[in-house]
Design a binder for this molecule. Structure first.
Ligand code: AMP
Ligand code: ZN
Length: 489
């Protein structure tokens, strides 16, 4: 498999460090509000990467943190504490909102078929790990104490910027508009490992440390948690592209200075979901007071969470993905059509042709091996439907691809087939409308129901008028027992 490594700026063949396990670490959510659908894009694509590694036969151990302390609103060391601000907003304790939004996050993951990582670790569980790392960094001169905080000294590194040839001016940390500069820092990019001076009198979570009572910085948590569960090296570290700087850059600085050797081999960054006004951002959404663009909103508007997953898979993870309701509509329609086509396959029409199945498995691998090319992986689903083989084999091929894509293809298709069969048989009370191409349309359905009502009331002129109106819209109607099927022609 070839993966694009942000640290080397090229696609590299994936070779794990250890024969028995692939060590994978993912930056988890900051649980001060719901995850928005941009956050969820990152988790969907990381889930595909993990599942694809498993599909190839690797044994993966994946660890994810839950950020419940230390993440300030600037991503560097200035601004407000996101968790504290969230707790104040909701008149709850930090721990209460952490629990609530952690549960909400995993609910979203479940609906999106995102597997729970093998280890999920809240940052507040690992204070001893951070203290151990910071102590060594102090002893070896990589860290210093100033103004009540412990800072990492970036001037001690031969190379600080890893992911880009950054322009220092563009990246000026701490001098962004509205954020005051921290005069304790010796160098502009130095970052806090341990805070004891908090501007918040009511900082809820504090721990004793050799440097005074305080709390860890955000970056140190990912180094500490990954070393606790995965040891001194990582195969793959992933996160959204905004994490590359400063978060991942700082993780590398402190981890490699602590360990004295290279830490992570492959850095995988998921590009952003962008809206009409640029990158979707949790803090901007909260500040705007508008409804959060999260999975609950998608469901409220009638979208299937897995249609959102399908939408994400149609784009390569390294390209920005533009979110509009129209784009999501199209994805949902395409997804429903795909399910309807799969529902037409007969489950038991003979034995599975294992040779043909293997051939498609290899084709799928050849697509996905190229830096997790999910758009081509999705196209393969349509190729499978057209394959010259029996339906049972097609279903087996789809099931293989779906162990990675996780769209519940066969489950959904089977449920639809059952629903359609029941509807076709039913002489029962309920009038059923079936969209034959699998893309329901509320307006069309309303007209069809109005026509049925008109017929019942023996108003045949009105019933014919509605049929003509549907015909004019290019819709062909077939009456079935106690219902109607329709399709666009
Ligand atoms: P947070 O909860 O803010 O710490 O972010 C959780 C994850 O979502 C991180 O990996 C971020 O890099 C990622 N992320 C944030 N915004 C977006 C976006 N608009 N599109 C994709 N991923 C994002
Ligand atoms: Zn992280």
């Amino acid at each position: 498999m070839y993966l694009y490594n942000s640290a080397s700026h090229k696609k590299e063949e994936f070779v794990p460090n250890h024969p028995d396990v692939v060590k994978m670490y993912t930056c988890g959510p900051t649980v001060y509000h719901y995850a928005h659908i941009g956050n969820l894009r990152s988790y969907i694509m990381e889930d595909v990467l993990e599942k694809y590694l498993r599909f190839l036969g690797y044994n993966v151990k994946r660890v994810m943190n839950i950020t419940d302390v230390g993440h300030l609103s600037s991503d560097a060391d200035t601004g407000e504490d996101k968790m504290l601000k969230g707790a104040q907003r909701e008149h709850k304790s930090v721990m209460e909102i952490a629990k609530f939004y952690t549960d909400a996050f995993f609910d979203d993951c479940r609906k999106l078929n995102i597997k729970r990582p093998d280890v999920v670790e809240p940052a507040t569980n690992c204070i001893d790990e951070y203290i151990k790392i910071i102590t060594k960094l102090m002893d070896t001169g990589y860290a210093y104490f100033a103004g009540g905080n412990v800072y990492f000294d970036t001037s001690k590194l031969k190379r600080y910027y890893i992911f880009n040839d950054h322009n220092e001016e563009d990246l000026a940390v701490g001098v962004r508009e509205g954020v005051e500069e921290d005069t304790n820092k010796r160098n502009r990019n130095d970052f806090v490992l341990w805070f004891t001076k908090s501007k918040f009198e009511d900082q809820a979570l504090k721990w004793d440390s050799p440097w005074g009572v305080g709390y860890p910085g955000w970056h140190i948590e990912c180094s500490g948690i990954s070393m606790k569960h995965l040891g001194e090296d990582l195969d793959i570290h992933c996160g959204g592209i905004d994490n590359a700087f400063p978060h991942h850059t700082n993780e590398i600085a402190q981890s490699e200075s602590y360990l004295g050797h290279k830490w992570t081999n492959y850095w995988v960054h998921v590009a952003h979901l962008v809206g009409e006004h640029g990158k979707l951002s949790k803090s901007k959404m909260i500040a705007s007071g508008e409804k959060m663009l999260n999975l609950a909103l998608l469901e409220e508007k009638g979208y299937d969470p897995l249609a959102y997953r399908f939408f994400c898979l149609q784009a390569h993870y390294r390209k920005n993905l533009v979110f509009t309701w129209e784009n999501l509509d199209n994805a949902q329609k395409a997804f429903e059509k795909l399910i309807a086509k799969i529902a037409n396959l007969k489950p038991d029409d003979g034995a599975v042709d294992e040779a043909a199945r293997k051939e498609y498995r290899e084709k799928f691998i050849s697509q996905m091996d190229n830096d997790i090319n999910t758009p081509n992986g999705v196209t393969m689903l349509y190729d499978i439907l057209k394959a010259q083989t029996n339906d049972a084999t097609k279903r087996a091929m789809l099931a293989d691809a779906d162990t990675v894509l996780s769209l519940s293809l066969l489950e959904k298709a089977d449920a639809l087939r059952e629903k359609n069969a029941k509807a076709a048989l039913s002489g029962g009370a309920e009038f059923t409308v079936i969209a034959e191409d699998g893309a329901p349309d509320a307006a069309v359905e309303a007209l069809i129901r109005a026509r049925a009502d008109a017929k019942k009331a023996k108003n045949f002129a009105e019933a014919d008028r509605i049929r003509d109106e549907l015909k004019a819209q290019g819709i062909e109607l077939t009456d079935i027992p106690n219902g109607a099927k329709w399709k666009r022609v």
